[in-house]
Design a protein around this ligand. Structure first.
Ligand code: 3HC
Ligand code: NAI
Length: 699
């Protein structure tokens, strides 16, 4: 018997149990085990039906992603499925946990499927840049119809068992013990001499499809720019409708083979593991005891504080919101309520849910009200003196063991912690705006932050639906420090002759949700301009290339809100290139003696993206970022970097670090070390012919 699956008999029913922690993925031993089990039980004359069930927390969660790209071993999944489908007795898949991807495809090759109510099924391959490659694109349309199957496969989202029952993906939902329920189901099949139901034999009635169904569906895919899998999925479902099963399987095979080799899928598979990797902190053991977080407080109900408080309420954690004045408190609470009501209007929350969440948020003007909470998150003005004063106050008021967190974007967390008598309890929790929506949370580890505090905050991130990434203390931490380089080059290129529209459209075409200048207009150019003038030390600016936004703000162009910034705007808020802006910049450049020239699209990518990569490499050298994947997760979840490019550091590897390094060197020669600081890591990798995937080799 395979170590990953065993089989036995209970009366005249055979039971194959997969046991391959953590998620029973279809590794070679699992495939071998199922294959051998089916063969053995099928050959056993006493056995009248076979159950396929799993030990542990879940049914088969899919193909073993770690095997992708490696030489195949043992029977492939399709031969396992054929053996199941061609067995001479009914096979019943008994599902708990999640039957995903190859897991559901294995179940679809069984003759019947039963599941516990909490189980979920789905074909999430699209999220890995793939299509279901073990018959999912051919069997699911036969089972539930091509219209529904196409939606399920292109969305890739799991479906809960009761819904899966309605869709007839599963044949029965069993309450109580799954094994007993499956045995009972099998017994009934035997008693009624039920047929061997092969999904592959179901005929699709193509005439029932709406006219132009596939063409119309394709139109909706336009927004998924850069992702090749959805179009390929449509093609395979078309094949399911138009071709016999075996021919459709060939189309599916060709599709998955092509996608598997694509950079996009490699990037998305890398992201799958990166998301899990960032939760691991090398010097903080997984079993570090956590502090309990049952109550929270947020200081400041402004842009960030309100959203942060909503995160806690959404997770069912009572939160007190403290403001400096009644007026600010009322304003903040009103916005919170409005946000919830908007979600309710969209049908994503019921009135009752909104009321429950609002009841968990307590407004207050008194710090005394937060003396007993488990965590405080400060989200007040970005000013060191004010923050220090507040942290001194927190130190004197909050109970021992309370975590004192700051949402600061740039300030030195160690300096903030130093005014308290408990720097081990102080940590940075840097949310991204809008804080109730954005998934990213930079968890800033101060020099003295306790390991248990760090571990607790990483766990808290998960509880409130965020992805936590650890960052060290420096100006701007991981993300904003890199984005300063990215935006800084965009600004310089404006001086040198690129137009806002050119820069933004090149970066949009690269895959960013919008370019940096349009982004500036959206956020308000005056916000940054004010911060730069109030705190010049915080934003060191290259004197040769002042910030163009400041010139525009001086002319009353504050961005979208004044219908003029880098662009002009009509009532529809659509950004329109404005010759006036180009003239303003050209005149300023002439005044400063900056020669304007034609800037190529390639230069825009190199200067914005490579500048960020170079800074990311420096963060790795300094230990500000733990691993390249931490940087990539931050860029994808905090700044909208296209996930099919895998984040800037993964992207560097796809371009070739030697090429990136050569370009960085070229720009250093041209612009000096101020904006193109030397990274020895980048240089070493380039010289060694390696990429960030192997960065440890040269450290
Ligand atoms: N292959 C290899 N490893 C996997 C895996 C898979 N399919 N699914 C999960 N793992 C690993 C994770 O990397 C993690 O490892 P770690 O502990 O070393 O970090 C461990 O299993 C536990 O995973 P999670 O932390 O994600 O555990 P959760 O309980 O939070 O979630 C899950 C469980 C819902 C099953 C989630 O892991 C998941 O969504 N897995 C991927 C499912 C998937 O995409 N399946 C399709 C694969 S592609 C395919 O099947 C192609 C086919 O069509 C031919
Ligand atoms: P904001 O100006 O919108 O809100 C700050 C609020 O704090 C105001 O409502 C103010 O009345 C209140 N406040 C001031 N002093 C207070 C005190 N002593 N006690 C209680 N409340 C007090 O500012 P915003 O944008 O929400 O920023 C807050 C913090 O979050 C800053 O440190 C900022 O750097 C950081 N941040 C901001 C992001 C953004 O996009 N706005 C993103 C990430 C972090």
């Amino acid at each position: 018997m395979s170590v990953a699956a065993r089989w036995e008999k209970q009366g005249d029913i055979g039971i194959i149990t997969v046991d391959s922690p953590p998620v029973n993925a279809l590794s070679a031993p699992v495939r071998q085990g199922i294959f051998d089990g089916v063969k053995a039980l099928d050959a056993d004359a006493e056995v009248k039906a076979i159950i396929l069930i799993c030990d542990g927390r879940t049914f088969i969660a899919g193909a073993d992603i770690t095997e992708f790209g490696k030489p195949p071993k043992g029977p492939d999944l399709r031969s396992v499925q054929e053996t199941m489908e061609n067995a001479s007795k009914p096979i019943i898949a008994a599902i708990h946990g999640t039957a995903l991807g190859g897991g559901l495809e294995t179940a679809l090759a069984a003759h019947y499927r039963v599941a516990v109510p909490s189980a979920q099924v789905g074909l999430p391959e699209v999220k890995l840049g793939l299509l279901p490659g073990a018959g999912g694109t051919q069997r699911l349309p036969r089972l539930i119809g091509p219209e529904r199957a196409l939606k399920v496969i292109v969305d890739g989202n799991p479906i809960k068992a009761p819904e899966a029952r309605k869709l007839e993906i599963i044949d029965a939902v069993v309450d109580g013990d799954l094994r007993e329920g499956a045995l009972d189901f099998a017994r009934k099949l035997i008693d009624r001499g039920a047929p061997l139901r092969k999904v592959r034999d179901i005929q699709i009635d193509a005439s029932s499809l709406p006219e132009n169904f596939f063409a119309d569906f394709r139109k909706g895919l336009n927004k998924l720019r850069g992702f090749p899998a959805p179009e390929k999925i449509v093609q395979t479902i078309e094949a399911a409708v138009n071709l016999p099963f075996d021919e459709g399987m060939k189309v599916e095979r060709a599709g998955i083979t092509e996608l598997m080799a694509s950079t996009e899928s490699k990037a998305l598979r890398y992201m799958f593991f990166a998301e899990r990797e960032v939760a691991k902190i090398p010097d903080v053991p997984r079993d570090t005891p956590l502090r309990k977080i049952e109550t929270a407080a947020v200081l400041g109900a402004g842009t960030m504080g309100g959203g942060i408080a909503m995160n806690f309420a959404n997770a069912g954690i009572p939160v007190t919101v403290i403001e400096a004045t009644q007026e600010a408190l009322d304003r903040g609470m009103k916005i919170i309520e409005q946000n919830y009501r908007n979600t309710q209007a969209k049908g994503r929350l019921t009135a009752g849910q909104v009321d429950t969440r609002l009841s968990l948020i307590t407004p207050s003007l008194s710090y005394d009200d937060i003396a007993g909470v488990d965590i405080v998150i400060e989200a007040i003005f970005e000013n060191m003196e004010i923050k220090k004063e507040v942290f001194r106050k927190l130190d004197s008021i909050c109970k021992p063991g309370c975590i004192l967190a700051s949402n600061t974007s740039y300030l030195d967390l160690n300096e903030i912690a130093s005014v308290t008598g408990r720097p081990e309890d102080v940590i940075g929790l840097h949310f991204f705006s809008p804080a109730n929506v954005m998934r990213l949370l930079e968890v800033v580890r101060g020099a003295k932050t306790g390991k248990d505090v760090l571990a607790t905050c990483m766990a808290l991130a998960k509880t409130i639906g965020k992805i936590g990434v650890v960052a060290g203390v420096c100006h701007g931490f991981i993300g904003n420090r890199m984005i300063a380089r990215y935006g800084g080059e965009a600004n310089k290129m404006l001086w040198e002759g690129a137009t806002p529209h050119q820069i933004d459209s090149v970066l949009y075409d690269f895959g960013m949700p919008m370019g940096p200048l349009q982004m500036g207009d959206l956020a308000g150019l005056d916000v940054g301009a004010r911060a730069r003038s109030e705190f010049p030390d915080m934003f060191p600016i290259d004197p040769k290339f002042p910030v163009i936004a400041d010139i525009l703000v001086a002319k009353g162009r504050h961005g979208q809100k004044t219908k003029a910034g880098y662009y002009k705007y009509g009532d529809d808020r659509k950004a329109m290139p404005d010759p006036e802006v180009e003239a303003i910049i050209a005149a300023a450049a002439r005044e400063r003696g900056i020669e304007q020239r034609e800037i190529s699209n390639e230069e825009i990518i190199e200067r914005c993206i490579y500048a960020a990569i170079n800074e990311g490499a420096r963060e790795l050298e300094e230990g500000i970022a733990l691993r390249p994947c931490d940087i990539d997760i931050i860029w994808i979840n905090g700044y909208g970097f296209p996930s099919y490019r895998g984040g800037p550091m993964f992207y560097a590897d796809t371009v070739g670090v030697d090429k990136v390094h050569a370009a960085v060197e070229k720009y250093r020669q041209l612009y000096g070390d101020r904006s193109w600081k030397h990274s020895w890591l980048l240089e070493k990798l380039a010289r060694a012919g390696k990429g960030f995937a192997d960065w440890k080799d040269v450290m």
